[in-house]
Ligand binder design. Structure first.
Ligand SMILES: Nc1ncnc2c1ncn2[C@@H]1O[C@H](COP(=O)(O)OP(=O)(O)O)[C@@H](O)[C@H]1O
Ligand SMILES: [Mg+2]
Length: 276
């Protein structure tokens, strides 16, 4: 892989819903010709109002949904063109983290079972003892207490549950995380802690993020580049600092104007003053 080649790219992604002869609802073009590229170790943020197609892009990036048109490439390889095994191998390196952490975890499975299944099936760690060691290392990595393994998702706070979901993504040996509103469901003080964790993991493990949010204060804190979506299309994109300083479209300016701004010198990535 050359230094210039993006680790993740999408070309002309398009997705329509409904509108078939058996459907009463008119067709909705949820995503309309979206292209993007992310370099390894960078954070690409996708921002846009609710319904602008962010989650649909995310689901196509991680292979949860098939585009009607367009393609997704990881390390320059077109996912749809790969055979089953190659697609599985490469596909596990990109993982989805959902907005609602507790709902994204199986309530009947202990944390041990959640992580163990991923380590066994996706990462292919065969010896049980090695999986146990890996689970303990993952807990430490995401800052969860050592006794978390035998507990169940509902026993954790939202912030802790999101740490479990992140640990599960890392258990798959992900190199790219698609984080879909990962802190939107959390209290503000907890948001800051999870954002700090994500920032640390990115540096420590060399991860690449696609970070989706409707919250520009969060985007400003995490993004290297920003892609602005409206009604399924990209209306503006560029380096985060330039885009925030000089938004080109009225739509982006409106998003900025309606967003709560960070205090000078403060911001989400500064350690919270107190723990709530
Ligand atoms: N499974 C689906 N069936 C029908 N319409 C959908 C489906 N998923 C998303 N949509 C529609 O596609 C558009 C984009 O949705 P979504 O990608 O969830 O936007 P966002 O994440 O930006 O809020 C919306 O109009 C939404 O109603
Ligand atoms: Mg969404």
């Amino acid at each position: 892989m050359s230094a210039e080649q993006p680790i993740l790219a999408a070309q002309n992604l398009t997705r329509r819903y409904g509108g078939g002869i058996l459907s009463r609802a008119p067709a909705v073009t949820a995503v309309d010709g979206v292209s993007l590229a992310v370099r390894a170790g960078q954070t690409l943020a996708i921002v846009g109002e609710s319904g602008s197609g962010k989650s649909t892009v995310a689901r196509m990036l991680v292979g949860l949904e098939r585009p009607d048109l367009g393609s997704v490439t990881i390390d320059g390889r077109d996912m749809a063109a790969l055979g089953y095994h190659a697609r599985r191998q490469l596909g596990r390196t990109i993982q989805y983290v959902f907005q609602d952490p507790i709902a994204s975890l199986n309530p009947r499975h202990s944390v041990a079972r959640i992580l163990d299944g991923t380590l066994r099936r996706l990462a292919g760690v065969a010896p049980a003892a090695a999986r146990r060691d890996a689970m303990e290392a993952l807990l430490a990595l995401v800052g969860l207490p050592g006794d978390s393994l035998e507990r169940y998702p509902h026993e954790f706070s939202g912030g802790q549950a999101q740490r479990i979901a992140i640990a599960r993504a890392l258990a798959a040996q992900a190199r790219i995380l698609v984080l879909d509103e990962p802190v939107s469901a959390l209290d503000v003080s907890v948001q800051a802690q999870v954002l700090l964790l994500l920032d640390r993991l990115r540096t420590q493990l060399g991860l690449t993020y696609v970070f989706i949010s409707h919250d520009l204060a969060v985007i400003e804190a995490v993004a290297d580049t920003v892609l602005v979506m409206q009604a399924g299309r990209v209306v503006e994109e560029g380096p985060a600092a330039a885009l925030f300083a000089r938004p080109k479209t009225g739509y982006t300016r409106q998003l900025l104007d309606s967003a709560p701004r960070m205090e000078p010198g403060g911001g989400w990535l500064a350690p919270p003053a107190r723990h709530a």
